[in-house]
Design a binder for this molecule. Sequence first.
Ligand code: 5GP
Ligand code: MN
Length: 344
Amino acid sequence: MEALASFKREISSPKKIFITTHVKPDADALGSSLGMANYLTKKGHEVTVVTPTDYPSFLNWMKGNDEVLDFSNPDHTQAATNSLEDADIIICLDFSCLSRVNELGEMIRKSDAYIVNIDHHQDPEDFADFRVWSTEAAATCEQVYELIVALGDEKLLDKDIAECLYAGIMTDTGGFRHPNTTKNVHLVVAELLDLGADTSQIANWIYDSNSVNRLKFIGFAISRRLVVHEDLHMAYFAISKKDLKKYQSRTGDTEGLVNYALSLDGIKLAALFSEREDGIKISFRSSSEVAVNKFAAKYFDGGGHKNASGGKSNLSLKETVELFETLVKDHQDEIFQADPVTAN
Ligand code: 5GP
Ligand code: MN
């Protein structure tokens, strides 16, 4: 493949490489970034990983975590800016719209560096010199593994890289439960196991590291903030700033909450509205017959995967929820028409 050969040439001599991923990185975002960073460092490059925002502490075990710069942290902004400006190569992972990295997006667009984009979300923006993109991939970590192999560098893979990549595959497949859990996912994971990835330890770090506050928050949300419309096959949580403060919520504490709404029998569309400093952040999840990414893109300035998407709103929490309820009531046919056979 022409493009792969061009990327291979780019990394054939030591370069300054800037790696970034989407806001509020999840395990796939951070795992693919640090997996790639550890690989490229072993290859002799000078690599900096910059996240647009902070991320949950249950990801802090990944190798290279201590050197990650958080662009939104005033103590890191200058160093992160310098590394972007000095970069020969910029690698964008687990996102394909530059708006997903806040201010970094325009800086990347203006850069003269060689730009790489590796991603599995719908509707990619065309900003890269070399792109690995497929909505068939379950996780960007799966794509990074395959890219390293395609580059002929399988021998550089090790336990640390395998653990970063496993984390993203495990979480983006919902613990190997979502329809994106293909044969290929299992084949890649088998290779990661061979490299020594401690999969039960990783599950423990990611899924079993709750604080008491977080568990109480989940209990509170389920008992007091869950709204169910069985007739509309829809359920949602609306969490206010005050709720988050009361439970001393930290980054990552709302992660997974929306799945409880979708877990209800008969519910096909679930949402989580959380009131943040910069507006309402929305998470959508759906069963196979609802393409929630289209709904998020059309009405809430968002996008994502067919059954797991996000968006935002500048209305109040109450107004946002009212708008959502109205939209779901008025657009039943549009929402519940997706072909379950089409890919994520
Ligand atoms: P989450 O609900 O876990 O934050 O996000 C679910 C999925 O939707 C992820 O794949 C994420 O990248 C995508 N997503 C979340 N928020 C947004 C958004 O505001 N815009 C777009 N385009 N995608 C989003
Ligand atoms: Mn992902």
